[in-house]
Design a protein around this ligand. Structure first.
Ligand code: SAM
Length: 241
C-alpha cells in the first residue's frame, strides 16, 4: 500500500469526524505525523488478518486516538484494547532498566481514563464511537492481562518502555497474535532508546532469542521503528503439506 494512500486514509478518518473544525485540534508536528503514517502503513498490511488492535501503554492517548481514527475507515470492525494502569508506571527493574529516568515518569500519573477520553474527543472521536470501539483494560500488567477476552489479535503496539512490562505483554500477546499479525515495538534500538529504555530492548531481545525470531525483526524505512510479523497462514500450510 503506498504512502500516499495511507496519508489519504488517515486524512479521511480525521476529516470525517470533523477534526478540522475542532478548536482544540492537537498539533501534528513532524514526528507525530510520521508516527501516524507508520501506524497506517502497518494497519493496512494486516487488512486481511482478522483480530483486535491492542495498544499496550496508552499514556496520554495519542496512539489510541490514531488507531481509533484509522479503524473507522477499515471495512472490518476491530475492537481496540487499551491496556494501561492509567495511574503511572510500576516500579522499574534495578537490574534491567535505567533507574535515572524513574523520577521523570511521575508525569504519567496524570494520564487517567478521563484524561485519555478528553484526548480522544479532541481528535473528534465521539463518545459513542469510543464506547463501541475501545475496551479499556485498566490495571498493572501482568495482572490486568486477565481482562483480555482471549480473541485473536491482528496488531499490537507495545509502548511500555520498561523491562518487566515488555516481557509480560510480549509473551502473553505473541501466542494470541493471529498468523500474519504484527507486534510493533516502540522502543528498540532507535535514537537513544538503548540509553533511556535499555530494559525494553533487553526484554525484546530475550523474547526473540528464545523463539528464534531475531532474523524476522523488520524496521520501518521511514519512521525507523522495529516490528515483527508472525508467520502467515500460507507458511503454516506449506509446513504441513
Ligand atoms: C510512553 S507511555 C505510552 C504512550 C502512548 N502509546 C502514546 O502513544 O502516547 C507508556 C505507558 O505505559 C504504561 N505502563 C508501563 N508499564 C505498565 C504496566 N506494567 N502496567 C500498566 N501500564 C504500564 C505507563 O502507565 C504509561 O502510560
Amino acid at each position: 500500500m503506498s504512502l500516499k494512500y495511507n496519508l489519504k486514509r488517515l486524512a479521511i478518518a480525521l476529516l470525517r469526524h470533523n477534526v478540522q473544525s475542532s478548536t482544540n485540534l492537537p498539533a501534528f508536528n513532524q514526528p507525530t505525523l510520521l508516527r501516524a503514517l507508520y501506524f497506517a502503513r502497518l494497519l493496512s498490511s494486516v487488512r486481511n488478518v482478522e483480530g483486535a488492535i491492542v495498544e499496550c501503554g496508552v499514556g496520554e492517548g495519542f496512539g489510541l486516538a490514531v488507531w481509533t481514527a484509522l479503524s473507522m475507515v477499515e471495512p472490518n470492525h476491530r475492537l481496540i484494547w487499551a491496556f494501561d494502569s492509567f495511574e503511572g508506571f510500576p516500579k522499574l527493574s534495578k537490574d534491567s532498566d535505567n533507574m535515572s529516568v524513574e523520577e521523570s515518569l511521575s508525569e504519567y500519573k496524570a494520564f487517567t481514563i478521563p484524561y485519555v477520553l478528553a484526548t480522544l474527543q479532541q481528535f473528534g472521536i465521539s463518545r459513542s464511537d469510543i464506547n463501541r470501539r475501545i475496551a479499556f483494560a485498566k490495571g498493572y500488567i501482568p495482572e490486568s492481562l486477565s481482562l483480555y477476552d482471549g480473541k485473536p489479535v491482528a496488531l499490537i503496539n507495545i509502548d511500555l518502555d520498561i523491562y518487566d512490562s515488555y516481557k509480560a505483554a510480549l509473551e502473553f500477546f505473541w501466542d494470541r497474535l493471529a498468523p500474519g499479525g504484527i507486534a510493533m515495538f516502540d522502543e528498540y534500538n532507535k535514537a537513544g532508546d538503548i540509553h533511556k529504555w535499555p530494559g525494553a530492548q533487553k526484554a525484546i531481545n530475550e523474547f526473540l532469542d528464545a523463539r528464534n525470531l531475531r532474523e524476522s525483526l523488520q524496521r520501518d524505512p521511514l519512521y525507523g521503528n522495529a516490528y515483527i510479523q508472525k508467520p502467515g497462514l500460507e507458511n503454516r500450510v506449506q509446513l504441513v503439506s
